[in-house]
Design a protein around this ligand. Structure first.
Ligand SMILES: Nc1nc2c(c(=O)[nH]1)N[C@H]1C(S)=C(S)[C@@H](COP(=O)(O)OP(=O)(O)OC[C@H]3O[C@@H](n4cnc5c(=O)[nH]c(N)nc54)[C@H](O)[C@@H]3O)O[C@H]1N2
Ligand SMILES: Nc1nc2c(c(=O)[nH]1)N[C@H]1C(S)=C(S)[C@@H](COP(=O)(O)OP(=O)(O)OC[C@H]3O[C@@H](n4cnc5c(=O)[nH]c(N)nc54)[C@H](O)[C@@H]3O)O[C@H]1N2
Ligand code: SF4
Ligand SMILES: [Mo]
Length: 695
């Protein structure tokens, strides 16, 4: 028997809508949901390789409790009941000794179905919920919040209709989401311009109309000069600026000396190019998109950089415009009722999260700052955290061995909830295996946008191993802890019905395409209707949120430190590749076959001085770690930087295909966790030099 299931991909955090074909109880085919505009059947390599994940015996298969030393790989198989009880008892012991707030949960972002894991920590009475965002998009998020009052997931980009896009190391063709990349390609086919800045020629650079190889860490200077030219030469959208700007004079004053000639010295990009770009953008306005980025935890000025990009969009009037930035509408704004929340039924803890006790001078929002969490675990400041749940996230794969040790030394309990043998699971005390996305149902999610929709992830087949869905794991943990009333659902249908109550939408409504739109047409505000969600309703250059937290409105560009190239010192930068997701796909049978290991990009002239030839083995070191990798000698990277693709050299021997292949950039980040970006306290992962020599 053949049937189709509409669901959402789980091979990366984009969660593209998919159609899964099942024949006689086996998944045979996955494709992009044909009903969803922008997908039209397409899927990326990783999405197609979901089948290899499903039928992989080298993934987690049952709950386990550690029996040997942490990191020894010695575990015993236990029943789910035993695992839940063990965790709940341990948490209660820890809380009795140190207080409720000393339990924390670290999650791979809230996302579409993200309310579920938050229930675990709140149900256990602690405020300490953290997401990975500090190492990902948090700067962009906070920048949007301070300027527009909208968060980053509430701002979409109308690539399909744009005339000019500017990407700053947003390697969208490779670090991709299917709909986004399809729309970008559509825009390029329609003659749109793509201006791309990167320290190397990425795949996106090869599609660009203008490519600038920028000096690492100087994009902010580039933008200050762009703002300078746009203001000075009256290239901005006067109507928009007059209506919505709060702080134009202060901004003008701040960029007064940021001339294109000054920026040329900082960035290496000719002054006339900056002036030409400002003119080209002004001519294309308001149908322009300057992309503030995704992975933004790169440099110390990342928050102020993200603000500068959003300010440029606002100056060019591209907000809430066709071909520009589109604001998401809440269900209420389109005349619908939203989903009922599970989280709101649990009383909010009275105690404050670790960073909320850490004074002023930086911003925070709904999810805590990881660097503050690590500090609390390692140093007990401002108070200790002793138990940690890690959900759908593998932080131990991306940090140094010294950092791993310090975190483990501070914890009495580490629980990993994962589908794979992750590095974090390898060190955990208890491992709770989640069913893969093809074998589980999730809570209903809200897809944000100008046309909001409810979306449903449904299982295509029953779990192959002794694994559970997240709602069942959450339920089991809360019951064992003694607060089962927060998850009073027998079946997933009970849960869905609770979420849908009062919305007028029924479970069957998802049968046709997996989604239910909440309005017929996309809703856009005219300029007269538009009001931002900041306290003043304006684009707050002088942000009230920043004033309240004593964060300066402006930040002067600092010239980045220069590595000693002659001595083999370089700035280490890294990124995603099209066929792998971060640290989770390298052992996937199909994807491992396509790209089994990474190499180190190094500038040809710099390499020649060090006697390094293409294909040579080189040793890369930082702190007390060093590892070997093959060199890719190329003119297509800035001489100050070396680059590698992320997530290789898996260290868990159970994953035999990827074990020890390539080099893990995370192990080279010595000292990176002491660097907090200005104003946002996120990570700044590219503020790190390594040494390279021929091996
Ligand atoms: N060193 C270093 N650190 C980084 C980055 C970097 O480039 N280098 N990038 C940063 C960025 S932008 C991000 S987004 C993060 C990403 O870092 P991670 O979130 O750690 O990376 P992922 O590979 O997405 O996988 C996280 C874990 O989720 C598991 N997983 C996958 N699907 C499921 C599921 O359905 N359920 C459960 N429970 N688990 C699942 C995977 O097996 C994996 O162990 O890292 C950040 N930190
Ligand atoms: N295939 C695939 N797609 C993904 C993911 C994945 O794992 N795999 N992950 C998703 C996630 S969670 C994220 S956060 C996004 C990340 O998407 P992007 O933010 O586009 O991230 P990266 O791949 O990290 O690209 C980083 C780029 O920054 C460049 N760079 C380094 N220093 C500088 C600098 O000073 N200036 C400029 N202009 N560029 C610089 C690097 O050379 C590299 O090309 O991708 C998403 N899409
Ligand atoms: S971008 Fe690829 S891996 Fe990510 S959700 Fe979409 S199809 Fe899946
Ligand atoms: Mo990310």
């Amino acid at each position: 028997m053949k049937n189709s299931v509409f669901s959402n991909c789980g091979m990366c955090s984009v969660r593209c809508p998919i159609r899964v074909e099942v024949e006689d109880g086996r998944v045979k085919w996955i494709e992009g949901n044909p009903y969803v505009p922008g997908m039209e059947g397409s899927l990326c390599a990783r999405g197609s390789a979901g089948i290899a994940l499903l039928y992989d015996s080298e993934r987690l298969q049952y709950p386990m409790i550690r029996t040997g030393e942490r990191g020894s790989g010695q575990f015993k198989r236990v029943s789910w009941e035993e695992a839940f009880k063990y965790v709940a008892d341990k948490v209660k012991d820890i809380q009795a000794k140190y207080g409720k707030r000393t339990v924390a949960l670290l999650d791979r972002g809230a996302g579409l179905f993200g309310e579920m894991q938050r229930l675990i920590v709140r149900g256990m009475g602690s405020p300490n919920y953290f997401s990975h965002d500090d190492f990902c998009r948090k700067n962009v998020d906070l920048a949007y919040q301070t300027l527009l009052g909208y968060g980053r997931p509430e701002v979409g980009y109308d690539f399909a209709n744009t005339k000019h896009m500017v990407f700053y190391g947003r390697n969208a063709i490779e670090a991709l989401g299917v709909r986004e990349v399809n729309n970008i390609v559509k825009a390029l086919e329609n003659g749109a311009d793509l201006t791309y800045l990167d320290v190397r020629v990425s795949k996106t650079a090869t599609k660009a109309t203008r490519f600038y190889q920028i000096r690492p860490g100087t994009d902010y200077a580039f933008n200050l000069a762009l703002i300078h030219v746009i203001l000075k030469e009256n290239l901005y959208d006067k109507d928009f600026v007059d209506k919505f700007f709060d702080g134009t004079v202060e901004l003008e004053n701040f960029v007064k000396n940021c001339t294109p000639e000054w920026a040329e010295k900082e960035t290496g990009i000719p002054a006339y190019e900056i002036v030409n770009l400002a003119k080209a953008l002004s001519a294309a306005k308001p149908r322009v998109i300057l992309y503030p980025g995704w992975f933004s935890a790169r440099y110390m000025d990342a928050f102020y950089f993200a603000r500068s990009v959003i300010i440029l969009n606002a100056l060019l009037g591209s907000i809430e415009q066709k071909g520009g930035l589109i604001l998401a509408k809440t269900p209420k704004e389109v005349g619908a009722k939203g989903l009922n929340s599970l989280l709101e039924k649990i009383p909010a803890p009275e105690e404050k999260r670790v960073e909320a006790e850490a004074g002023k001078g930086f911003l925070y929002d709904g999810a805590g700052h990881i660097l503050h969490l690590y500090r609390a675990i390692k140093k007990g400041e401002p108070y200790p955290v002793k138990a940690l749940f890690v959900v759908r996230y593998d932080p131990f794969a991306g940090i140094t061995l010294k950092d791993i040790k310090e975190v483990l030394d501070g914890l009495d309990l580490l629980v990993a909830i994962d589908t794979n043998y992750s590095s974090t699971a390898w060190y955990a005390d208890v491992v709770l295996p989640e069913s893969t996305y093809l074998e589980r149902d999730d809570m209903i999610g809200l897809q944000r946008g100008a046309k909001p929709a409810f979306i449903m992830r449904r299982k295509a087949i029953k779990p192959i191993y002794d694994t559970k869905g997240k709602w069942e794991i959450t339920k089991g943990l809360l019951y064992a802890y003694g607060v089962g009333q927060y998850m009073p659902f027998e079946t997933i249908e009970d849960l869905w019905n609770y979420q849908l109550e009062g919305t007028g939408v029924k479970i069957e409504d998802f049968d046709k395409s997996g989604q239910v739109a909440l309005c017929k047409d996309a809703k856009m505000y005219s300029r007269d209707e538009l009001k931002f969600k900041t306290p003043s309703g304006k684009v707050e250059i002088l942000s009230s949120k920043m004033a309240e937290r004593e964060v300066p409105f402006f930040y002067e560009h600092q010239t980045p430190a220069k590595p000693n190239i002659e001595e083999g010192e370089f700035r280490l930068v890294f990124g995603r590749m099209a066929v792998h997701t971060h640290v989770q796909t390298h052992n996937n049978r199909y994807l491992n076959e396509i790209v089994p290991e990474n190499e180190l990009w190094i500038n040809d002239k710099a390499a020649a001085k060090l006697g390094i030839k293409n294909g040579d083995w080189v040793e890369v070191s930082s702190g007390d770690f060093s590892g070997k990798i093959r060199a890719k000698v190329t003119p297509f990277i800035h001489p100050e930087a070396v680059f590698m693709y992320r997530g290789f050299e898996n260290e868990v021997p159970w994953k035999t295909r990827s074990f020890g292949k390539g080099l893990n950039e995370g192990r080279l980040l010595s000292g990176a966790f002491d660097k907090m970006a200005h104003g946002s306290h996120t990570g700044a992962l590219f503020e790190n030099f390594v040494r390279v020599k021929k091996a």
